[in-house]
Design a protein around this ligand. Structure first.
Ligand SMILES: *Cc1c(COP(=O)(O)O)cnc(C)c1O
Length: 366
């Protein structure tokens, strides 16, 4: 069986280094907010060409804390509307709600699966105060257009980069929004993953960074002096230590993902299968390679029979979830079509050339 994502194989090369790191953290005797977290924050900020990095407990908290940070700074307030893609992992939307803000869903482009900026203006009301852009499946959202809209309507831009570590690296000069904040997840299956939960926020906004360093730690910068109503959401020393070992390989891992995606795009030839759009630039880190097909169950079953494991990202759109019964009657046809037809093929830095050969061959025979 070719597994969808072989996490064991991904982490195996680090085994000895992880063990040494564990011993070093253990011997150090300091397990929360110590030198591993500090080192990682510095390294990841540099990697992202960002002034500040704040390590937090997970990707969801990274998003929530950005919004709470802007609320503390008086730039957002309870009940403000936030534009968010209808086609996203539900965490993006839940984070907005968790911060007492109101998500306003916008349809994606069918080709890129990312939010369609042309549909944003009609959703802007006097209450709209922010846009949450999601770089879904690892592909950069149309940030030039999103930033232009934000500028025009004085909106804050927040980015959900939980699936897109490294995507903006080479593009920063063109699209950089000085005041934005970006949320990352280090959940094990992400392009940069630790061995548990982990997350981070990057920003160039010094005032925001200052609030965030405090908010993640009970709203206190100086021990037992609480300036904000904060939470406990800290990246822990051990996970930061593991991330310090993996970060140097992120670019080459992303390069391997792109090389596989390039082969899939050039060599899969089957009219029953719609391939994802990619312009072969560095605007994609292929966290997922998502194809579409009309009879998804049949294709998935066929692949399973041929020992290829696939996963659906995602089977039910957020607005059709039981948790959001107030939205169940809304209609987002493009989002619904994607959720009905999407199927993710195996893609990862440890997928071998011969496995890719085999997957392509089997798909072309379907
Ligand atoms: C994984 C993910 C998150 C949440 O990250 P966690 O670390 O699991 O909390 C948020 N948004 C998107 C798009 C994700 O894929």
């Amino acid at each position: 069986m070719i597994p969808f994502l072989d996490l064991k194989k991904i982490n195996k090369p680090y085994e000895t280094a992880f063990q040494e790191k564990l011993k070093s953290v253990l011997d150090n005797g300091w397990y929360i907010l110590g030198k591993e977290v500090e080192t990682f924050e510095k390294a990841f900020a540099e990697y992202c060409q960002s002034k500040f990095c704040i390590g937090v407990g997970n990707g969801f908290d990274a998003l929530v804390l950005i919004f709470k940070g802007y609320i503390e700074l008086g730039k957002l307030k309870k009940g403000d509307e936030v534009i968010v893609p209808a086609n996203t992992y539900i965490a993006s939307i839940l984070a907005i709600l968790q911060a007492d803000l109101v998500p306003v869903l916008v349809e994606p482009r069918l080709e890129t699966y990312n939010i369609n900026p042309e549909l944003i203006p009609e959703k802007i009301t006097p209450k709209t105060k922010a846009i949450l852009a999601v770089h879904l499946y690892g592909q950069l959202a149309e940030m030039n257009k999103i930033n232009e809209l934000a500028e025009k309507h004085s909106l804050i831009v927040v980015e959900d980069a939980a699936q897109s570590h490294g995507v903006e690296k080479n593009l920063k000069s063109k699209i950089y929004n000085l005041k934005s904040a970006i949320a990352y997840s280090f959940y094990p299956g992400k392009n940069l993953g630790c061995l548990g939960d982990g997350g981070a926020i990057t920003t160039n906004d010094e005032a925001l960074a200052k609030v965030l360093f405090s908010l993640r730690n009970y709203g206190s910068e100086k021990k037992y002096h609480n300036e904000f109503v904060g939470v406990n959401s800290r990246l822990d020393e051990l996970q930061a230590g593991f991330l310090n070992l993996k970060l140097p390989n992120l670019d080459s891992d992303n390069e391997k993902r792109r090389a596989i995606a390039e082969r899939y795009l050039k060599e899969i030839k089957n009219h029953k299968i719609v391939l994802p759009f990619w312009d072969f630039s560095n605007n994609h880190v292929f966290h997922l390679f998502v194809i579409r097909t009309e009879n998804r169950e049949k294709l998935q079953e066929y692949l399973t029979q041929n020992n290829i494991q696939t996963v659906i990202h995602y089977p039910i759109p957020p607005h059709k979830q039981k948790a959001f019964s107030q939205w169940n009657n809304l209609s987002f046809p493009i989002t619904e079509k994607i959720h009905k037809e999407a199927l993710s093929l195996p893609i990862s830095p440890v997928l071998t050339e011969s496995e890719v050969d085999y997957i392509i061959e089997i798909l072309n025979q379907y």
